[in-house]
Design a binder for this molecule. Structure first.
Ligand code: ADE
Ligand code: ZN
Length: 333
């Protein structure tokens, strides 16, 4: 079996995908028209041409503008179902989806509308295709601690439908320490925690995510390698990194994929996983990320399988479910 077929065949979990980042231009145009919301592009081609980023912020500006057309429960449902169809195509059997409530509640869209649409799609995908999903609500780190507390408050009535909280948006200048108290309150309320750290920000932000936010995973974390003590800790604790190769390429975290440190981290024993981050903006869903890595880094069959196993080991699935999926992967030819 060639490596591309192996990637297609193996079951995978996705642990780092922003639902707003799966908004394909075609669907964006359809929903914008339906909702009577203007977008500053004449065609899908023009939108795609605008997806030429030089760093995280240049992407975020366009990503937040795109999300403004989402108004109704049906919009969030269609957005999420379209992503889950991509999961089915790529044999992603489990996904832990980020959503950014503040992007929507700040525009007057109720929290329950956002969550309701996302959940309806997740339930449908589980019934129809057997794909399981968990939801992680992210705080926007460029906004205040007070705003994050208000979001946590809004989430409490929906606690049973949200497995954890995360931290995303503009990293540099907004260290995890800014949200130490909110994360403590979230843990107190029973949420698991994750955080984006070490994408553009320094290794110090990863230390803070571990020690102050008490995260179960680091999202991105690729800059950990600059700090040997930190890397050793990640290995010793088997602290997962949810790495997003095509995102790192498109946001100029790396100059080219051949220079990506994913394989080096994997070979050192870091629990790295492969994810798509914002696939509609970065040119690829799960299997495109895997295939691009195989091309650039010449990943072996054993390494591909290890990455798939890691995706389940690093997930919030039960130990029984993790073991079953890993057995399935090990038994694959
Ligand atoms: N929001 C969506 N994608 C993001 C990323 N890669 N980093 C930080 N915030 C994000
Ligand atoms: Zn992300």
């Amino acid at each position: 079996m060639n490596r591309q077929t192996l990637i297609q065949t193996l079951p995978k979990a996705e642990l780092h995908v922003h639902i707003e980042g799966t908004f394909e231009p075609e669907l964006m145009f359809a929903i914008a028209r339906r909702n009577g919301v203007g977008i500053p592009y004449a065609s899908v081609e023009e939108v795609k041409a605008a997806y030429d980023f030089h760093n995280l912020q240049s992407f975020l500006d366009i990503y937040y503008a795109g999300a403004e057309v989402l108004l109704h429960e049906q919009d969030f449902y269609e957005l999420t179902l379209a992503y889950l169809q991509r999961c089915r195509d790529d044999n992603v059997v489990h996904t832990e989806i980020f959503f950014d409530p503040q992007t929507h509640t700040e525009r007057g869209v109720p929290f329950a509308t956002v969550l309701g649409g996302i959940r309806r799609a997740c339930l449908e995908a589980e019934q129809q295709w057997g794909i399981t999903s968990l939801l992680i609500m992210c705080f926007l780190r460029h906004l205040s601690e007070d705003a994050a507390f208000a979001t946590l408050e809004a989430a409490l009535p929906h606690r049973e439908h949200i497995i954890g909280v995360g931290l995303d948006s503009s990293e540099v200048g907004h260290p995890p320490a800014k949200f130490e108290r909110v994360f403590a309150a979230a843990r107190e309320a029973g949420f698991l925690t994750v955080a984006h750290a070490g994408e553009e920000g320094p290794p110090e932000y990863i230390w803070q995510a571990l020690d102050l936010l008490k995260v179960s995973r680091i999202d991105h974390g690729v800059r950990a390698e600059e700090d040997e003590t930190l890397t050793a800790r990640l290995i010793a604790e088997q602290m997962p990194l949810t790495v997003c190769p095509l995102s790192n390429l498109k946001l100029k975290v790396v100059d080219n994929l051949a220079a990506h440190n994913l394989r080096r981290l994997l070979q050192r024993g870091v629990c790295v996983t492969v994810n798509s981050d914002d696939p509609a903006y970065f040119g690829g869903y799960m299997n495109q990320n895997f295939n691009a890595l195989v091309q650039a880094l010449d990943l072996s069959t054993a390494e591909i399988k290890q990455l798939c196993e890691n995706s389940f080991q690093a997930s919030f699935l039960s130990e029984t479910a993790k073991a079953a999926w890993c057995r399935n992967i090990r038994q694959a030819v």
